[in-house]
Design a binder for this molecule. Structure first.
Ligand code: 9MJ
Length: 688
């Protein structure tokens, strides 16, 4: 008898999920994003629910996780380590609440312990007489790997518990994770060394824990937060929970009092109506948290109620993860195009099959440079994992080589894998392309002869933080250059309404607006003018530092590399860029034309009294409603203050706007003065 299509699909899902599990849990090499895995698991569970006879004891739905690696000894968990079920929507959440309310058969409201869902690795820590004697991974839930030596190197995990009077055996369960900053550093180091990078902090944590040499683990900055308690007893065998509270939340606090880290965001909620607020709150502070999370977790707080609810095959009935929308997805690399930037850098841009990820549809991603392409080993028509976290631009994190078809010749030609080949000539002006020594990027040698560079230079010149020319958008710049009405930023000031009105679909009113916008932009400030020139690596802050140090443009034009390096934040590379810029004949001509058209107020050297906040370091965080970030920054700098991006012992004041997150917590920890927005405005007002 042949299998039905449903049986076939279930078999196929078994195979796929088993393979992906093996790659993920055993080999530490994820081949598909979590969202794809979750989708397949969901499909399998749905099919098994509809066709219970087809559910077998070896189904991956019964056993999430992989076998322990042979090279580590095995640890049998005294109480199985469960994983969590997921919900993704309000509907699914309400169904969860209904299930537990029905099962508890009482109308008493249910309290929930609300926790961020850390994206790390679940581990069990066993303390005998208060001493850490064993640490194990979850493994398949029943048996894990003995990683005691490695866990001992994690700084935040105590080797000895604080106090006394606790049971002989205490097993703590929680998540080992790698903070985002450590993850970024680890990957940067890997790129420098030409090593493979980790796709995300979770894999970095897993890879760091699964090291046979614990010195390697020690060199990685891992952290831990407890999320529960396992076996607790006065001897090896008998479970004795009397010492523990009947509240899950209070149990975590008990552990905390013994010195075990507890995530500071964990909250006790009086009832399920508060769940949505917690979810939205954590979602809003997600980017500011120092660690990666992929959702929230809600647990029935009463241990008595937890026991009544019990658990199903692999997860407790009394808890669920309410996950955030996926930040990683699979898509296909359709083609690679080469873009020429303002400084002539040629950037390969991946054209992708559009995919909804992290809240937006992504169809392009930068591939940075040849080194990045080599590192990824990516080819056109490959399946890739894309990631978009927070406001960060989409990234290609890895190539799913397992999805490559071995017999390429069986595929239609346009679906076969193709190498990405860099152009030898600029795709815009055909000038030759060079790779400067020590640089990863290729550059067009065409300079302002190159249409792309001209366009980008003018776009930058007129952008909001530069001359802020109202009515001149990117599209219009492209049209003006294409129609040969302008070649350089200086040409903007020669435009007439008549010139502009020759552009297709340009109405009289728009032409007037543009000319008016250009006229208004003729009055600016020296820092904005320097920034607008688009000198390589001279951003807003450097431009302001140059203006405040030299006061007049002529001195900057003739300054030497040595003199320039005396300016705060200007190193030898930036100094050389500035000197080179002002040496080029073409630039000299454009700058002098611009000087004839534009004016700015003279900067006078400030006396000590005019800089009452001199040497005071401020950090701004959260949403400022009245002033806005850059306005506040400029006002503080005008009074001599330094405005820094991160809180440290050197910070004098933290200005905390609405929804301030981890920076506020850190400042409080360090005992730094905290100002709200009104305090800051009052402070500025006092001196103005
Ligand atoms: C994570 N990953 O943050 C649990 N988890 O509880 C939290 N995981 C968990 N709880 C029971 N906060 C099983 C897993």
């Amino acid at each position: 008898m042949t299998d039905s299509p449903i049986e076939n699909r279930i078999k196929q899902l078994h195979q796929l999920l088993q393979d992906y599990n093996h790659q993920y849990y055993v080999l530490d090499e994820p081949s598909v994003p979590d969202a794809e895995y979750d989708g397949l698991m969901k499909e399998l569970i749905q099919l098994e629910t509809s066709y219970p006879k087809l559910k077998t004891i070896d189904s991956p739905s019964q056993k999430v996780g992989g076998k322990a690696l042979a090279s580590f000894s095995q640890v049998t968990h005294k109480i199985p380590m469960l994983s969590l079920d997921n919900v993704f929507s309000d509907e699914e959440w309400l169904a969860f609440v209904k299930r537990i309310t029905d099962k508890l058969l009482n109308n008493k409201s249910i309290m929930f312990c609300a926790e961020p869902k850390l994206d790390g690795l679940a581990v069990s820590l066993r303390y005998d007489n208060g001493i850490l004697v064993q640490a194990a991974t979850r493994g398949d839930g029943a048996v894990g790997e003995n990683i005691t030596e490695n866990v001992r190197t994690i700084k935040s995990i105590p080797l000895k518990l604080i106090g006394d009077g606790f049971p002989k055996v205490i097993e703590v369960r929680g998540e080992v994770f790698m903070p985002k900053a450590s993850f970024d550093m680890l990957n940067q180091q890997a790129i420098k060394k030409g090593d493979k990078t980790f796709a995300n902090p979770r894999n970095a944590a897993a890879g760091s824990l699964r090291q046979l040499d614990s010195k390697v683990t020690a060199s990685r900055n891992l952290a831990f937060y407890a999320y529960g308690v396992g076996f607790v007893g006065d001897d090896e065998i008998t479970l004795n929970e009397q010492w523990l509270s009947d509240s899950h939340y209070k149990r975590l606090e008990q552990l905390k009092s013994l010195g075990i880290p507890m995530c500071p965001e964990v909250k006790l909620l009086d009832n399920s109506t508060l769940v949505n607020d917690f979810y939205l709150h954590i979602l809003s502070v997600r980017d500011e948290l120092s660690y990666e999370i992929d959702g929230t977790v809600f647990k029935v707080d009463s241990i008595g109620q937890q026991k009544k609810l019990g658990f199903v095959a692999r997860a407790p009935r009394w808890a669920t993860a309410y996950k955030f929308p996926a930040q990683e997805e699979t898509t296909k690399l359709l083609d690679v195009e080469f873009q020429v930037g303002r400084t002539g850098a040629i950037t390969p841009v991946a054209r992708l099959e559009p995919k909804f990820v992290g809240g937006v549809t992504v169809s392009n991603a930068t591939l940075h440079n040849q080194d990045e392409i080599d590192r990824l080993g990516i080819k056109i028509n490959d399946f890739v994992t894309i990631r978009r976290a927070g406001d960060v631009i989409p990234q290609i994190v890895n190539v799913q080589t397992a999805k490559r078809v071995k017999e390429q010749s069986t595929l239609p030609v346009d679906e076969q894998l193709r190498d990405i080949i860099f152009p030898k000539h600029c795709p815009v002006c055909q000038s030759s392309v060079i790779r400067a020594e020590g640089e990863a990027v290729l550059r067009c040698t065409g300079g302002l002869f190159c249409g792309a560079q001209r366009k980008e230079a003018i776009k930058h010149f007129s952008s909001r933080k530069a001359l802020d020319i109202d009515g001149l958008g990117d599209k219009l710049v492209e049209q003006l250059v294409d129609e040969q009405l302008i070649k350089t930023p200086a040409d903007l000031f020669k435009l007439t309404e008549l010139d502009v009105s020759t552009i297709e679909r340009m109405g009289h009113k728009s032409a007037q607006n543009l000319i008016n916008g250009i006229k208004i932009a003729k009055t600016t400030t020296l820092p904005k003018f320097i920034y607008a020139l688009g000198i390589r690596e001279v951003g807003e802050t450097t431009a302001a530092n140059l203006a405040n140090y030299f006061f007049v443009l002529d001195t900057i034009k003739t300054a030497t590399v040595e003199e320039l390096q005396k300016v705060p934040d200007v190193g030898v590379i930036v100094a050389k860029n500035i000197v080179q810029f002002f040496q080029q004949t073409h630039n000299k001509e454009v700058v002098s034309e611009l000087e004839a058209a534009i004016s700015w107020p003279i900067i006078e050297e400030k006396s000590e009294e005019q800089q009452p906040l001199k040497d005071k370091v401020f950090v701004l965080t959260g949403t400022l409603n009245q002033m806005g970030r850059s306005e506040a920054k400029a006002a503080l700098q005008a009074l001599g203050a330094k405005v820094s991006g991160s809180v440290s012992a050197k910070t004098h004041y933290l200005v905390a706007g609405e929804k301030a997150g981890s920076k506020l917590t850190k400042a409080q920890d360090l005992g730094i003065n905290i100002l709200n927005e009104n305090d800051m405005i009052a402070l500025i007002g006092k001196y103005e």
